[in-house]
Design a protein around this ligand. Structure first.
Ligand code: G4P
Length: 281
């Protein structure tokens, strides 16, 4: 399968973001803790040159905590300010305002020396579709201000939202980039549900997921779908999918397994965290 999704509305959104970057001090880059490499927009560093940056590892409640800690350390070592969040949880985002202000400390001090005090920091919240931007903003602001939805690309139009406490947020639509140089990146984005599901094949995606998990998390696979002494790590992905279909009763008339149904169920178990805390990178 060739993974590519860059619809016209994203081209427009990127153009608008480039214009709005002139107005902001800080970029809050929300990435998905389950795919912390693939969910980073490779064009962002260049686009946001000269702006302060704050990296948010969101959906960390769904990710493998050990891997998230390692990613956080690596980004910290590169000099990035990094927060781990579950954006649905207000307590988890309570440090964002302070982190945003400390990311911009140099500017605040520069302003102060010029007699400018109390000017709010203006931050643009960016990220791939479905990464949790709206949920994140809503949790910080404490009300339902940004529209959320479960379809990638549902956040429309850009809007400024005041959080009080010297921070204003600019909501932006989820964007990807024109070409995935490495198709693994596209696959990972599709697996977490940040690519339009209508353009991907569930059965193929599920085979890819089974192939990753049989090596990286065989015990989680086994715990959820297998009863016996099977060595999941030695099974072919197609064999794993067949067993999942049988164990979940995905059978059509005539006794054949319904692989598409089993594939959807398997992918959904992964995305929702029912399979356990998993990071693909
Ligand atoms: P977006 O603006 O970046 O497109 O994302 P949005 O906030 O709409 O979030 C997409 C989905 O991800 C939502 O679920 C949201 O609840 C969920 N979500 C956001 N942040 C987190 C997080 O840190 N952890 C977990 N586990 N989920 C998160 P949904 O499928 O629309 O359902 P619902 O929760 O709204 O019912």
């Amino acid at each position: 399968m060739n993974y590519q999704w860059y619809p016209g509305h994203m081209t427009k959104a990127v153009r608008a973001m480039k214009e709005q970057l002139k107005l902001i001090d800080l970029v809050i880059e929300i990435i998905d803790a389950r795919i912390p490499v693939s969910s980073r927009n490779p064009d962002l560093n260049e686009m946001a040159k000269g702006k302060y940056m704050l990296v948010v590892l969101n959906k960390s409640d769904l990710a493998d905590p050990g891997k998230t800690a390692a990613v956080k350390k690596k980004l910290n070592d590169e000099g990035r300010i990094v927060l781990e969040t579950d954006a649905r949880n207000k307590a988890s985002v309570k440090n964002v305002k302070n982190a945003a202000l400390s990311a911009c400390a140099e500017k605040i001090e520069r302003d102060r020396k010029r007699g400018i005090v109390g000017r709010p920091i203006r931050a643009m919240v960016v990220g791939i579709p479905n990464v949790g931007k709206s949920t994140f903003i809503n949790s910080i602001v404490g009300r339902s201000s940004a529209k959320t939805g479960n379809k990638p690309g549902v956040t429309k139009g850009n809007q400024w939202i005041s959080t009080g406490a010297g921070l204003e947020l600019l909501d932006t639509p989820g964007i990807l980039w024109p070409k995935f140089e490495d198709q693994t990146v596209g696959r990972n984005i599709a697996l977490i549900g940040s690519m339009n599901d209508e353009i991907t094949e569930p059965a193929e995606l599920a085979l890819e997921l089974a192939d990753i998990l049989k090596t990286a998390y065989p015990d989680l696979l086994k715990e959820r779908y297998f009863k016996g002494e099977e060595d999941v790590s030695q099974m072919a992905p197609a064999e794993i999918m067949n067993s999942i279909a049988v164990s979940r009763g995905c059978i059509v008339a005539g006794g054949e397994t319904d692989i598409v149904k089993a594939s959807r169920l398997f992918i959904d178990d992964f995305r929702s965290g029912r399979l356990g805390r998993i990071s693909l990178e």
